[in-house]
Write a protein that binds this ligand. Structure first.
Ligand code: SF4
Length: 224
């Protein structure tokens, strides 16, 4: 059965009948943008990939740099077959599905289609919703505002914790207890606090070498 996705404080700007009715089988998704670029952060830094950004997020990080993604109704429902076709047009056969919070939606159809076309599937998620989809790489970036689900944490290949203030180091360690022993561990300064937080992260990683530093290199490169 399809479900209507109602979100966001700006909703009063929209008549009720404009709410998206998103099919539960994931054949259509609210696509905010798609673009070919270089993965700027985390384990796959420096690799070319096609980014698929889905609209819709209710996690509410105050420092979020893609707040325009929050309201799913602002982003056109797009057939997953079209997204798969677009992704296949680029030299790198790898996609990063991001948001917003992409796991709000059933991603089984999209990711099965991508993999059937020889495209590797990576996801960036807060883990706030149950896991769906077929993934070659799961990057869990948990947020204090909505805890990650157990099944996302257990399947994560990479844990990337954003450091906005000193208390986030303890939050990182709490989340490291939730992931599997082989999961890669990254600490990443929140962009607006990076001057202040990066030296602390450097010290922390030198004293706790199971962690690595992730930087948002795409912002230094001035690419999307
Ligand atoms: S989970 Fe991501 S998209 Fe959602 S509010 Fe937080 S940073 Fe923004």
């Amino acid at each position: 059965m399809p479900f209507a996705f109602y979100l966001s404080p700006q909703k009063s700007n929209f008549a009720p009948n404009m709410a998206h009715v998103i099919p539960e089988d994931g054949t259509q998704l609210p696509l905010m943008e798609e673009f070919y670029t270089i993965q700027g952060e985390g384990f796959h830094t420096g690799k070319a990939a096609y980014f698929i950004r889905l609209g819709g997020c209710d996690v509410g990080c105050h420092w979020c740099d893609v707040k325009e993604s929050w309201n799913a109704e602002l982003h056109a429902l797009t057939h997953a077959d079209q997204i798969i076709e677009n992704a296949g047009k680029h030299p790198s056969k790898a996609v990063v599905v991001t948001g917003g919070e992409p796991l709000i939606y059933n991603l089984d159809y999209l990711t099965a289609g991508l993999q059937q076309n020889g495209i590797k599937t990576f996801i960036e998620t807060s883990g706030a919703y149950p896991l769906s989809g077929h993934w070659d790489w799961i990057c869990l970036s948990p947020k204090k505002f909505k805890a990650p689900t157990k099944n996302v944490a257990e399947h994560a290949d990479e844990l990337k914790v954003i450091i906005f203030n000193k208390s986030d180091f303890a939050f990182a360690e709490e989340n490291a207890k939730l992931v599997s022993p082989g999961c890669k561990l990254f600490l990443q300064p929140e962009w607006s606090k990076s001057k202040e937080m990066t030296p602390l992260i450097v010290d922390y990683v030198m004293n706790n070498p199971q962690w690595e530093i992730s930087l948002q290199t795409h912002k230094y490169l001035n690419i999307p």
